[in-house]
Design a protein around this ligand. Structure first.
Ligand SMILES: [Zn+2]
Ligand SMILES: [Zn+2]
Length: 283
């Protein structure tokens, strides 16, 4: 595996020469440039620091992949294994020969879909490690791809990644933010929600954000729009970017959570915020 691949140390997204002075993904309001300033690192430096990919089977046909010790944003990525091939959803900010061998042992990778640019990780390096696996990128987020590759193909709103595995653009967090759905071995519909539809601590609740690290919300209309884009899907389980999950009744969790969120950001519940001595800004 090449030791000279460059990536942003803060977000873990691969970069290409000439390197920009600041990572555009971190400079954007949805992320942040660390107080110490921009730091680039390489796959070689990460290997020397003891980084490795940890694979776990989270349910039959679905493995999680994480980099340990935590690297970049620290996301949990997923390998969907089907009879027609495997899909990597969200991409780790690292890879080495051991990880490639372990994933090859699970059937390899036929296609790569990152939910949005924060999760592009080393997507080109992972593609090249698996015979140039297709990298699907939503057209509306194409300009965020930091390392160009002939393996990148665009999709508009929805695409069949492999038989039984679909990607759908829901927007919100990024205009091209997308989710992947597939039928699990038990017949349930699983949604990989990443930062688009994100399970939270409370069972049966999910959230939607413009920025997670900077706690910037979305509007009521945007959140209802995300929920509307998946309203036809009988989603049962939802997996998020940090290992969190919704175990059942995912479709209801999305619909109810979107409505709750929309009500809060619209001021419907402002009688609960303790400003009853002042006029509030809604009818
Ligand atoms: Zn960055
Ligand atoms: Zn994100």
């Amino acid at each position: 595996m090449r030791a000279d691949l460059t990536l942003c140390a803060a977000c873990g997204v691969e970069a290409a020469d000439p390197l920009p002075s600041v990572c555009p993904i971190c400079e954007d309001e949805r992320q942040f440039v660390p107080r110490g300033g921009q730091v680039w690192t390489t796959t070689g430096e990460l290997a020397e620091s003891g980084r490795r990919i940890v694979l776990d089977e989270v349910e039959p046909g679905l493995h999680s992949l994480r980099v340990e010790p935590r690297t970049g944003i620290g996301q949990t990525c997923y390998l969907v294994r089907t009879s027609s091939g495997n899909v990597l959803f969200d991409v780790p900010p690292y890879l080495d020969d051991e990880a490639v061998a372990a994933v090859a042992g699970l059937g390899g990778i036929d296609a790569i879909v990152a939910s949005h640019p924060h999760m592009h990780g080393l997507q080109v390096a992972w593609s090249e490690a698996f015979a140039g696996a297709r990298i699907l990128v939503a057209r509306r987020d194409r300009s965020w791809v930091q390392r160009p590759s002939p393996h990148v193909t665009e999709f508009e709103d929805e695409a069949e990644v492999l038989r039984g595995v679909r990607v759908r653009r829901v927007g919100g967090h990024f205009p091209g933010s997308c989710v992947v759905t597939f039928e699990a071995r038990d017949g349930a519909l699983v949604l990989l929600g990443s930062d688009s539809i994100s399970p939270v601590a409370r069972e049966g609740w999910v959230t939607f954000m413009r920025s997670f690290p900077n706690y910037l919300p979305l509007s009521a209309g945007a959140v209802r729009g995300i929920a509307q884009r998946v309203a036809d899907l009988p989603v049962e389980r939802i997996y998020g970017s940090f290992g969190q999950r919704t175990r059942q009744d995912g479709a209801r969790a999305i619909a109810e959570s979107a409505e709750r969120y929309a009500e809060w950001v619209s001021g419907v519940h402002d009688d609960r915020v303790g400003h009853d001595d002042e006029p509030v800004g809604h009818d």
